[in-house]
Design a binder for this molecule. Structure first.
Ligand code: UDP
Length: 253
């Protein structure tokens, strides 16, 4: 995949910035904004993420966002309900639009200009995804939320995050989780789980570490975008990671 001139320009600008990563994509799972609920959106969690974004936006970094839909619907679970997989995936994509709208409202409460751009056009609700228009929003300092994943079934929002980060020329893809990095087992269940500070893209794939889908990892590798996995449970964590501070696992070449 060839890097374009916008990406090159953005990379040059990054060097002049006071923040370590000037343009970043934040990936939040639907599960995170579900909080302690068993389904749907916990407004407290959405507001928490909005506040984290507010702290980063004050530093002048350019931020875009991909939010999952697992708190509402996942295509893979549709078949159990007798719904065919592809239809289920479209339902999952619609779920990400619902989450994106909730996040837009929360960000606007913090006076952050925000645009939702959907890979599935819903003209009455949000803008359609048009790469050049998204670039323009980001150049103007608006937060852009990319909704409806890639717009295609059989993908996930992790892949959408890597895709949009590549298209926007992001300097890093930040994956927010409940734990402070990548482990070789679930640290919530296995007390002896080993944490990694740094991994290569290929190590993630060959060790089958459950960080992001293989397609997301490969896309990030192809476009030389580091993936930083961190916990967004601590106040200021997102701002720290954007400045390459705090605790996170970095995945690079
Ligand atoms: N989805 C899809 N194509 C995409 C992105 C998402 O079909 O490009 C569907 C898929 O069914 C997925 C659901 O949307 O299960 C919700 O996304 P995801 O599971 O990635 O959400 P998360 O786990 O991050 O909350």
């Amino acid at each position: 995949m060839a890097k374009n001139s916008c990406q090159e320009t953005a990379k040059k600008q990054a060097k002049k910035s006071t923040t370590s990563y000037r343009r970043v994509l934040l990936k939040i799972s639907g599960e995170f904004i579900m909080g302690d609920f068993t389904y749907g959106i916990d407004p407290k969690m959405v507001d928490w993420v909005a506040r984290e974004i507010y702290l980063v936006s004050k530093s002048g970094a350019e931020i875009c966002l991909v939010i999952g839909g697992g708190n509402i619907f996942r295509g893979i679970s549709a078949e159990v309900a007798g719904i065919e997989r592809v239809t289920g995936d479209y339902m999952g994509m619609l779920a990400t639009i619902i989450n994106s709208l909730a996040m837009q409202s929360a960000l606007e409460r913090h006076n952050i200009q925000t645009r939702v751009m959907s890979a599935l056009p819903i003209a009455a609700v949000c803008e359609p995804y048009i790469r050049r228009r998204a670039m323009r929003h980001m150049d103007k300092g608006r937060v852009v939320i990319f909704a409806a994943g890639t717009g295609n079934p059989f993908f996930t929002t992790d892949t959408a995050a890597a895709l949009r980060a590549s298209e926007m020329g992001c300097h890093a893809l930040l994956k927010a989780t409940k734990v402070d990095g990548v482990y070789d087992a679930d640290p919530m269940k296995v007390s002896t789980a080993k944490r990694y500070d740094r991994l290569s893209y290929m190590e993630v794939l060959t060790r089958d570490l459950k960080v992001m889908d293989a397609s997301a990892i490969l896309l990030a590798r192809e476009n030389d975008i580091p993936i930083l996995v961190f916990s967004i449970n601590h106040s200021g964590a997102f701002a720290d990671v954007v400045q390459a501070k705090g605790r996170y696992t970095i995945i690079t070449e």
